[in-house]
Structures are given as structure tokens and as C-alpha cells.
Design a protein around this ligand. Sequence first.
Ligand code: ADE
Length: 414
Amino acid sequence: MSFRATILTLYPDMFPGHLGLSLAGRALERGDASIEPVNIRDFATDKHRSVDDTPAGGGAGMVLKPDVLATAIDAVSPEGDMRPRLLMSPRGRPLTQARVRELAEGPGAVIVCGRFEGVDQRVIEARGLEEVSIGDYVLSGGEPAALILLDAVIRVLPGVMGNAASGTHESFETGMLEHPHYTRPQVFEGREIPAVLASGNHKAVDEWRAAESLKLTRARRPDLLAGQSAKEARGKPPPQLQGEQILLRPAREQDVADRLALGRDREIVQMFGSELAENDSYSRSEAERFIDGLRQHPHAWVIEHEGRFLGEIRLDDIDRQHRRARLAVGLFDPGKLGQGLGREAIMLVLKHAFAKMRLHRVDLRVLSYNTRAIRCYQACGFREEGRERQAALVGGKWHDDVIMGILAPEFRAA
Ligand code: ADE
């Protein structure tokens, strides 16, 4: 599969730029990747072909118009296009090697290059744009940032780097900066190559490199080491669980766009005991926080259906001593309710909880008026164990929480 990048820009001539040369140039020639620049101005509708306007509320600079950009995005990325939509912006989340690898494993990307002061927030939300920054400095436009992102992605595509092993020991791949390198001559301006590198002792060489790498990372990028211990503390992500119609897998950054696109449905929100205010839209930062929360949770899965994020399922409050946990599940697309997808997800997680984690008991809470969910839990083998009276105030009325549970032998017998 080839990686297909479509770039929305006001400066299509900036592409492919340096990517037409060297390693990336050969990858483009072979067709391992393609870069198609598209001029946003082609989608302007007025006689001046204007693409920007003054900022609402006043202030300096100009803002890219939402209607023009939305039309351009829809033209290059119609419904069904599985490529993530990125917006290069200094406000974005910092690009990481992990995100680069993730992008390289996918079908490509639609990349919007901002100019001027920025892009109208509504098109960012309406088209699910993932804002990506390449560093804490401001460029005059997103084009060089897009070129850098594509450079990083193309070089890790299968078959692009000659020596497949090169890459996996590099800076960031291991969570650390890489050790220093040396080559002939043996003495350069009075400086010698460290003796261990000429010793022929591979174990000693590896140890020396690891120690140098750690020393350098400590000195220059202590944040990477802090990140690593956070990752270690988080432990292994939960394993992928494959069902017939769904896949349960750890959350990834790309899920933010799908979560954002699903937004907040009034009825679904009510089933979780909340209420939607008028015009209460679901923002990108809420979607980011939601997905980050899943990524940091040791037993949270994304429910993927037809290749897209559909919901979440978690085992919360795991108590190893008493071998119990609390189940929470949410599907966010009202059009996908009632098709047995939630039930399939719950059965997969229960099987994992009882067979692999050796839990004895899984329980949950559900609002008494959420009869659809209660029926689903019953079908999975949960029994009502009691009620917490008037536990939630929704729509000006008090409602009970139903407590339901299932034990390992009950699950096995079913
Ligand atoms: N556009 C302007 N500055 C940028 C940055 N630092 N990263 C990504 N896009 C940008």
C-alpha cells in the first residue's frame, strides 16, 4: 500500500520541495508515496478569489475562511476517505516519532497548511482537523512544517530505508537521544575515537553506547526520561481483543478525529446522567482529553467498528486483592445502537477479565431509566444486585442507580 498525501496550501509550488531528492525522491519515483499539492484558492467563490478575512473581534492579521477551506477539504477528502486530516499549526500537539510511525502505517494524510493568523476554528471542528506542531517556534506558514512531517513519515515507510535496522536505534525510537558516532581517521585534530569502539567487543560497545545515550538524554532532554518513567508506570497497554463485528484495541492519537466527529448526542449523554445545554458542541480539546485518558488507562479499550472509533470500554477500580473491577462502556454513535455491538464488546472484556486477569467479580452501575443498557447487561449475564436510591438528578428529577454484577463461575456457566 502506498502512502498518499494531499496538501491543501496557498503555495503548491513549495511541494515536493526537498522531498523530490534523495531517499524520499526515490520513494516518490517508485510510488511508495505520493504528494499531491492542491491550491486552496481554487475553491474561492468570489471574483477576487479571496481565501482570508479579518478576524472577528478585531486584531492583527487575517484568518483563513471556513467555507473556502471546508469546500477544499470535501473535494480532496470525500466521505469514506480514511486518511487523517492534519492541520499544521504552532498550536498543535507536538509531533512525535510515535505519531510519525502511526501515520506511516496508515493510508496517507490530508494536510492543511495554515497561513496568516490562523484558520477559522469552526472548520477545524467541523472537519475534524488534528492540529500538529513541529516545535515551539512560529513559521510563516504550515508548508515547511508539512514537508518536515512528510520527510519523517516517508523515511520510515517499508522499503524506503536501505538498511531496515537503521532507524530503530535512532533518537526517539528508543525514547532517548542517540549516542555519538565516529568514523575514520583514527585521530582527528588530536582527538581519538573512544578505544572501546575499536575493541571488537560488541557487548562492551553496546554498553558504552547505552551509557552515552543516557548521559546525553539526561543533559539535554530530561523530559524524555520523565516521559519514559510515566510510560513505565502506566505499564503495558491492554491486549487487542478481536470480535466478529468489532475490534477492541488500545486508543491511539488518530482516534481524536473520530471521537470529535461523533460529538455529543443528546440521548446518549442523558443515558450517562448528564444533560446537554443548547448549542453545547463537543470541542477538539475535549476529544483530545478523552482519548488521552483512554491512553493512560491500563485497562481501557477503544471499540472499533468498520475501521473507525465507535466507543470505549474500561475496567475501572481494579482490586487485585479481592479480584474485582467495575465495568464502564460507551458507544457514541446513536445510529449504531441496538446492533449487538455493545454486547459483543462486553463479552470480549468479560472473557479477558475472568480468563486472563483471573478476576472473580465484575460489577457496574447504570441509571434505572437506561432500559436498553440494562437489557444488554442482562443478556451478558449480569444480575441486578441492588439499587442506590435517588443517586442522580437528571431533568429536574431524581433517579436510582441500578447496581449489577457477574461472577466468574456465572460467566463460565453461560
Ligand atoms: N506553522 C507555523 N508554525 C508552525 C509550527 N511550529 N508547527 C507547525 N506548523 C506551523
